[in-house]
Design a protein around this ligand. Structure first.
Ligand code: GAP
Length: 511
C-alpha cells in the first residue's frame, strides 16, 4: 500500500497528466503556488460550485446570491481590521535565509509528536489484535500520556502567545522546542515579526497611500458593504443570508501543499444575518448543515472532524473548522465563524452610514449579528480529488487508476464510444452524443482499443461509458459500463437520457 506521501505525489502528477491542474505559466518554469485548472479540472471545479450554490442559495428561501467586485474602497480594509490585524507571525532562519510562519513551525513540531503517538498505537494494535481498545490505550500508556501532555502544553503556550500578540514568547517556544530549519538544519533564528497578508496595488496613474487598493483577502467584505442594499431591494427579513463565490488573494509566507495554500484562490462564503443573542443556535445549525453537505458526497465519514479555534480571529466570538483528512493529514477545509456585529458596526463607524435592521415585529432598530460559513473551492477540489484517487488491483491481475469522483461532480458524465471506427458505428455514437449533450457534459472518443478507452475514462472519473457496437445498429441497444463496479448492462438507446439523468443528478446528494 502507498504511504500518504506517495499517494499525494501520485495525485499531483495524475492531476497534471489527466488535465485537471497545471502549474501556472509552466513554460516560464511556473510561478510559485499558482495553478491553472485544466479541461477536466474546470468542470470538476464548476460542479463543486454548483453543488454549493444549490445547497446554499437554491434550496434556502432566505439566502440570495451576490457577485461583488474584487477591488473595494480602501477604507473597507481599515474598517474590517485587515490593514492592522491581518498578519501572520513570521520568522527567518539566518543561515538558509528562508522565511517561515512561526505558528506553522510549531504545528509541524506537534504533528511529529502526533506521528509518534500514532506509531505506538499501530504497534499496539498489531500486538493485541481484536482485543485492542484504542481509547483505553490512549488513557493508560505512559508514552502516549506523556506525549499528549506535551502537545497540550505546547498548544497552551502557542495559543497564549498568539492571542496576546506576544511575539517574543513565540520565538522562545521555537527555541525551547529545539526546532531546526528544514533547509539548513540550524537553530539560528531571527526574532518573530508580523507580516501583512494583503496584496496592494495602485489605482490609476497616481502613486501613494491615497490610491492604494487591495486585492480582497476574503469575499466576505463585499457582502457586508452590500448588506443593506440586498436587504432593502430583496425585502429580506431576518434571518437571511447572502452567498458569494469569488477569488481572494493572500500573500502567504509559505504557500505549499499543491492547491491547499495558494496566493490566489477561490472562496465560497455565506454571511447569515441574525438577531443578536441567537448566534449560538445558528452556529450549531450551520455546523450541522455544512457537515451534512460534506458527508453526502460519500468520501468517508471518518475523513471529517471539527476543530475549535485556539486563537479566535479579531471578529469572532466562536469559531470552528471542518477539517478533512488530506494526504498530508487533517487540515482546515471550511471555517464556521460567529462574527457578531463586528463588521457591520465597523462599516457604520468608518462610512458614517447606518447599517441597521428595522425589526417589524419588535419595532426596534439594531445592527444584526452574523454567522459565516467559508470554504475554499480549491481545498474542496483537493479533498474530492485525493479521496477519489484509487490504485485498483483487478481480479485478472491487471491494475487500473480510477477516480471514484461522486457522479454528480464528475467532469464528464458519460463517454460515448463506437467499438470500431467504421460500419456506421461512429455516426450512431454521435447521434447518442447529440441526444445527451444538452443535459450533460459528455465526450465522444473513437481512438484506441475499447479497453484502453475505458481506462482513460476511469482515470478522469467518468461514471458511465456507453459503447456502440454492431448489435446497436440492429436493435437500437448499447452497453453501459459503470466506472466503479465495471459492470456492463445492455440497454435501449431511447432509455439512455433517463438512465444517465437519474444516475448523475445532483439531487441525489440531497436525498
Ligand atoms: N471570511 C473568512 C475567511 O476568509 P479563512 O479561514 O481565512 O476565513 C476561509 O478562510 C477558507 O478559505 C478556508 O477554510 C480555506 O478553505 C480557504 N483558504 C484560506 N486561505 C487559503 C489559501 N491560501 N489557499 C487556498 N484556500 C484558502
Amino acid at each position: 500500500m502507498a504511504t500518504k506521501d506517495e499517494l499525494f505525489k501520485k495525485v499531483i502528477s495524475h492531476a497534471k497528466e489527466f488535465g485537471f491542474v497545471f502549474p501556472n505559466s509552466e513554460i516560464y518554469d511556473g510561478l510559485s503556488a499558482t495553478y491553472d485548472y485544466a479541461q477536466n479540472g474546470v468542470e470538476l471545479k464548476n460542479n463543486i460550485k454548483k453543488y454549493w450554490w444549490m445547497s446554499m442559495v437554491q434550496l434556502h428561501e432566505n439566502i440570495v446570491g451576490l457577485d461583488a467586485a474584487i477591488f473595494m474602497h480602501p477604507t473597507t480594509w481599515k474598517a474590517s481590521g485587515h490593514v492592522d490585524a491581518f498578519n501572520d507571525p513570521m520568522i527567518d532562519n539566518k543561515d538558509s535565509k528562508k522565511r517561515y510562519r512561526a505558528d506553522v513551525l510549531i504545528e509541524d513540531h506537534i504533528a511529529k509528536i502526533e506521528a509518534k503517538i500514532n506509531k505506538d498505537i499501530t504497534k499496539a494494535k498489531k500486538r493485541f489484535g481484536d482485543a485492542f481498545n484504542e481509547e483505553e490505550f490512549r488513557n493508560t500508556n505512559p508514552n502516549v500520556l506523556r506525549r499528549t501532555k506535551e502537545i497540550e502544553s505546547i498548544n497552551q503556550r502557542m495559543g497564549d502567545a498568539l492571542n496576546n500578540d506576544k511575539l517574543d514568547d513565540l520565538q522562545q517556544l521555537i527555541i525551547d522546542l529545539g526546532i531546526v530549519c528544514p533547509v539548513s538544519g540550524s537553530k539560528n533564528w531571527t526574532e518573530v515579526k508580523q507580516f501583512n497578508l494583503m496584496f496592494g496595488t495602485e489605482l490609476g496613474a497616481v502613486a501613494g497611500d491615497a490610491s492604494t487598493v487591495y486585492l480582497r483577502p476574503e469575499t466576505a467584505q463585499g457582502i457586508f458593504v452590500n448588506y443593506l442594499n440586498v436587504q432593502k431591494t430583496g425585502r429580506m427579513k431576518l434571518p437571511f443570508g447572502i452567498a458569494q463565490i469569488g477569488k481572494a488573494f493572500r500573500n502567504e509566507i509559505i504557500a505549499r501543499q499543491f492547491i491547499f495554500r495558494m496566493r490566489e484562490f477561490e472562496q465560497m462564503e455565506m454571511q447569515f444575518f441574525i438577531q443578536p443573542g441567537t448566534q449560538m443556535k445558528w452556529f450549531e445549525y450551520w455546523k450541522e448543515t455544512r457537515i451534512k453537505w460534506h458527508k453526502a458526497l460519500g468520501l468517508g465519514e471518518e475523513n471529517y472532524r471539527f476543530h475549535d479555534h485556539v486563537k479566535l480571529a479579531h471578529y469572532a466570538d466562536a469559531a470552528t473548522d471542518i477539517e478533512f483528512n488530506f494526504p498530508f493529514g487533517f487540515k482546515e477545509l471550511e471555517g464556521i465563524h460567529s462574527r457578531t456585529d463586528f463588521d457591520l458596526k465597523q462599516h457604520e463607524e468608518y462610512s458614517g452610514k447606518k447599517l441597521r435592521y428595522f425589526d417589524p415585529e419588535t419595532k426596534e432598530s439594531y445592527v444584526p449579528y452574523v454567522l459565516e460559513t467559508s470554504i475554499g473551492v480549491d481545498r474542496m477540489f483537493l479533498a474530492v480529488l485525493s479521496a477519489s484517487y484509487k490504485d485498483d488491483q483487478l481480479e485478472d491481475g491487471s491494475s487500473r487508476v480510477v477516480l471514484a469522483i461522486p457522479a454528480p461532480l464528475a467532469p464528464i458524465k458519460a463517454a460515448i464510444l463506437p467499438l470500431v471506427r467504421k460500419d456506421g458505428l461512429p455516426e450512431k455514437a454521435r447521434e447518442i452524443l447529440k441526444a445527451l449533450q444538452f443535459d450533460h457534459n459528455c465526450m465522444y472518443e473513437e481512438k484506441d482499443t475499447i479497453g484502453k478507452r475505458y481506462r482513460r475514462q476511469d482515470a478522469i472519473g467518468t461514471p458511465y461509458c456507453i459503447t456502440v457496437d454492431h448489435q446497436s445498429l440492429e436493435d437500437n441497444t448499447v452497453t453501459i459500463r459503470e466506472r466503479d463496479s465495471m459492470k456492463q448492462e445492455r440497454v435501449s438507446i431511447e432509455e439512455l437520457p433517463k438512465i444517465i439523468t437519474n444516475k448523475v443528478n445532483m439531487k441525489n446528494l440531497f436525498i
